[in-house]
Design a protein around this ligand. Structure first.
Ligand code: ADP
Ligand code: MG
Length: 479
């Protein structure tokens, strides 16, 4: 390799040079190039010059071809497409012999001022490694959780929109919306969906660069690049991807420089028709401390939310998770958990994992009792004084009714029976009198409440599964 004979050791590893070995540029050629180079600022503007054209450097000249180098493949492609034709024109204006511009990737560009003969074009095994440096850096992309796939994502009312949007992005070939912005509270499945998209896109198009990372990591990389005075590489890296996915973008609110960089990356990618997928804990409109331009750009595509979970979704997730764990957990336990742990899915999973782990160690079968014991601390933190409103809410959820059914005059069995259950629980679990309870149930008479209580007691005695149902509800309410 070209360790040269003096202090000017230029590592000129050429990726794709077409130049025969000794077509070094003549002094005339160098002068021509210098003149063209000097015009770049005027011709393209300061920003483009600094971002792209500055490192261009003359390598060789042969048969009317001018060969110039850049440090990375991405820059090569970008310059070729966007500025190549004009640069060639500029060269031809100076020297009509020049009819072709060849851009090559050279690890370290050779400065044109230099007349050192020792620099030579030597292809070496190091070449590929250098050319691939960018690709390797794409490892920047955070690792994906293998469990966070579409097939493990349970769909319910609360996340249906975001799920459908995510699928569209994966299945469609013409970018139905850009960017896709997914938002929702903590632990509701944003990251799961983002990973699912990334997995699926990589499977579908292995050649595409799908970069997924948290906004925090994006910022970290940017700050690192600033410190190393190497924002060029940073820009290139992020602008060279096919799909950019940034999780938890609220993290960059208030961080101006990062926002600015993100904004430019964002624009560059959109201009190149690259897909962007963003998640945040709130909608673009509600993001605080974020530049208005960025805010508006974030809402250009589709903004899809993930709402708080419903009882059905929680139960569905628990059942799916039970199948995955392969542990025997009776349905009433899952129902109990679905009623009880409503904050988010992460906590719900945590609760299930804990009882499964406990059963594994103790070898005891999992029952409502063991569940309550094992999760005592968790459940206690959820404890409040039980209200009739809460009873009505839980009972409605459990029987898939509207809360208004608790107050309504409807008397069909599938509404009336749950309503009686709720009255029964109100009598059992609160200190309210029968008339008070009656009033809370659409102004019913106290005798109606009394009748309900008796009826439910009677049914519970005769019907084990009904009795268990009520038991689940009672425990869910009392912890
Ligand atoms: P977020 O990023 O919104 O805070 P996560 O995506 O990290 O939430 O989800 C928290 C946990 O809940 C993860 O383990 C995830 O797999 C699980 N989860 C979330 N939504 C679902 C769903 N719809 N189906 C199955 N699991 C889910
Ligand atoms: Mg997340």
């Amino acid at each position: 390799m070209s360790q040269t004979n003096n202090n000017k050791s230029y590592l000129t590893v050429v990726d794709n040079s077409q130049a025969p070995e000794n077509f070094k540029p003549t002094p005339e050629m160098k002068a021509t190039w210098k003149a063209v180079y000097k015009q770049f600022r005027n011709e393209f503007g300061e920003a483009i010059f600094r971002s792209w054209l500055k490192p261009l450097s003359l390598q060789a000249c042969y048969h009317g071809t001018l060969e110039v180098s850049v440090p990375t493949r991405f820059m090569k492609d970008w310059i070729q497409t966007n500025y190549g034709p004009r640069i060639l024109e500029m060269c031809t204006e100076k020297d009509s012999e020049i009819s072709r511009l060849e851009i090559v990737v050279v690890q370290k560009a050779m400065p044109i001022e230099d007349d050192d003969d020792a620099a030579s074009h030597v292809a070496s095994p190091a070449t590929k490694a250098n050319a691939n440096a960018l690709a390797e850096e794409v490892e920047l992309s955070s690792p994906l959780d293998a469990r966070f796939k579409f097939e493990n994502f349970v769909v319910g009312k609360s996340n249906a929109l975001s799920h459908a949007a995510a699928l569209r992005v994966v299945e469609s070939n013409n970018m139905p919306f850009n960017p896709l912005f997914i938002y929702g509270g903590v632990g509701l499945g944003k990251t799961h969906l983002m990973h699912a998209i990334a997995h699926a896109l990589r499977e579908k198009s292995p050649k595409k660069t799908v970069m997924y990372l948290s906004a925090e990591k994006f910022m970290f990389q940017f700050v690192k690049a600033l410190r190393a005075k190497d924002t060029m590489a940073f820009k290139e890296l992020f602008r060279s991807v096919d799909v950019l996915m940034i999780d938890d973008v609220q993290f960059i609110s208030g961080k101006e420089a990062t926002q600015e960089e993100f904004f430019h990356t964002f624009n560059a990618l959109i201009d190149q028709n690259k897909q962007i997928i963003i998640s945040a804990d709130r909608s673009p409109n509600d993001l605080q401390g974020i530049d208005d331009r960025l805010r508006s750009r974030l809402s250009w595509g589709l903004v899809a939310d993930i709402q708080p979970t419903t009882y059905e979704l929680r139960l569905g997730i628990l059942k799916a998770k039970r199948d995955m764990l392969g542990v025997e957990i009776p349905d009433p336990v899952l129902e109990f958990l679905a009623l009880k742990v409503t904050s988010n899915i992460r906590e719900l999973e945590g609760a299930l994992n804990r009882i499964a782990a406990h059963a594994d160690v103790s070898k005891d079968p999992i029952t409502l009792e063991t569940t309550q014991n094992v999760l005592q601390d968790l459940l206690r933190s959820h404890d409040r004084r039980i209200t009739i409103d809460e009873i009505q809410r839980r009972v409605s959820e459990h029987y898939n009714l509207k809360i208004s059914d608790m107050h309504s005059a409807r008397r069909s069995r599938n509404v009336a029976r749950p309503r009686q259950v709720a009255m029964y629980l109100a009598k059992q679990l609160t200190a309210r009198s029968l008339p008070e309870i009656g009033r809370k149930f659409g102004g019913r008479d106290h005798t109606t409440v009394m009748h309900a209580v008796r009826k439910i007691e009677e049914l519970m005695e005769g019907d084990a599964s009904f009795s268990q149902d009520v038991d689940v509800l009672r425990r869910a309410l009392t912890g």
